[in-house]
Design a protein around this ligand. Structure first.
Ligand SMILES: [Zn+2]
Ligand SMILES: [Zn+2]
Length: 319
């Protein structure tokens, strides 16, 4: 009997999945003006803060308390929420924790949550190479190139009109209805973050003057101070510091920024082990964000926390 030819269709050669483009739409002029407004006005207040306090004496304990309180809330909204949870999935939250962290992070006025996460994932995908949205090493290593690189990594990149394609870098976020809603309402969180301190300052002191000074210190100065703390992780912590762990880039641990950055300045450890919930992995390395995650785990609000283990740290260590 003749051997029948195998007539089954041969499997079509598998085409490589089309990768989505790195960049999304450019920001239009309206949005771009808002970026300038919400970065520059608070920064002018930050620059004027010391002379303002010195000459007018208008800084009360209420202002200090509100500024520190809102700083800590929005800082950890970014570090625990935007960064460790939403970008890197270091733990699993319950729904109220997820939404609260998304809102608090939005109140840091560093862009809507999905934009932030997409940018940061792109940073890790291309860290310190072409395609990284904010590397200080893109222009070369001469003194001038590094000065330019520092400016670009610190805040220059935020003025660029290109955006990161969220469909490529944050498809999981686009599928989460809660997060899409928080993202859409970014305008509301921005209004609240500037208005709430003023309202509280006015109510606590029962005066318009109290509302105004709280607006200056706990809204404007606080927002800009946190902008610079966060941006320093992108600029300073990719230039100066120690590199005890293996990472593909120039991320470094810079201890002086540990407190103001909520533990994010242990940036070499973070790049070496991106989804780890604790960045200050060594004894004595202050990491308030990890402490908050630990407390939420104890309370049963979050699970599946990716804590570092001695074996893993030993494997990642530079000899
Ligand atoms: Zn980095
Ligand atoms: Zn990261």
């Amino acid at each position: 009997m003749a051997i029948l030819a195998d007539t089954r269709p041969t499997e079509a050669p598998r085409r490589p999945r089309a990768t989505k483009p790195v960049l999304g739409e450019q920001r239009d002029v309206g949005r771009q003006s808002l970026v300038y407004l919400f970065l520059i006005v608070p920064m002018l207040a930050l620059a004027a803060a010391v002379p303002f306090a010195w000459t007018t004496g208008l800084l009360s304990w209420t202002d200090v308390g509100l500024a520190v309180g809102f700083y800590l809330l929005t800082l950890h909204g970014v570090t625990v929420g935007f960064h460790r949870l939403f970008t890197h999935g270091s733990f699993k939250p319950n729904r109220p924790v997820k939404v609260t962290l998304a809102i608090l992070g939005s109140m840091a006025v560093q862009g809507p949550i999905i934009t932030w996460v997409a940018d940061h994932r792109r940073h890790h995908a291309f860290s310190d190479k072409e395609g990284d949205p904010h590397s200080p090493w893109l222009f070369g290593t001469s003194a001038w190139a590094l000065t330019r690189g520092f400016w670009h990594a610190h805040m220059g990149w935020t003025f660029g009109r290109n955006t990161t394609n969220a469909e490529r870098f944050a498809p999981d976020m686009l599928k989460d209805r809660d997060l899409v809603m928080v993202n859409k309402l970014f305008w509301l969180w921005t209004i609240l973050t500037f208005l709430l301190p003023a309202v509280l300052g006015g109510l606590i002191t029962m005066s318009w003057a109290g509302a105004l000074t709280a607006f200056f210190w706990a809204s404007l100065v606080r927002v800009s101070a946190l902008h610079h703390a966060t941006w320093s992780t992108n600029s300073v912590c990719h230039m100066i510091g120690e590199r005890p762990f293996k990472s593909r880039d120039k991320a470094a641990n810079f201890w002086p920024l540990a407190i103001v950055s909520g533990g994010e300045s242990w940036h070499n450890s973070h790049h070496a082990d991106q989804s780890c919930a604790r960045h200050g992995v060594k004894r004595g390395q202050i990491d308030t964000s990890a402490r908050i995650i630990w407390l939420m785990e104890k309370a049963g609000w979050v699970t599946n926390v990716k804590w570092p283990t001695p074996e893993r740290l030993a494997r990642l260590a530079n000899d």
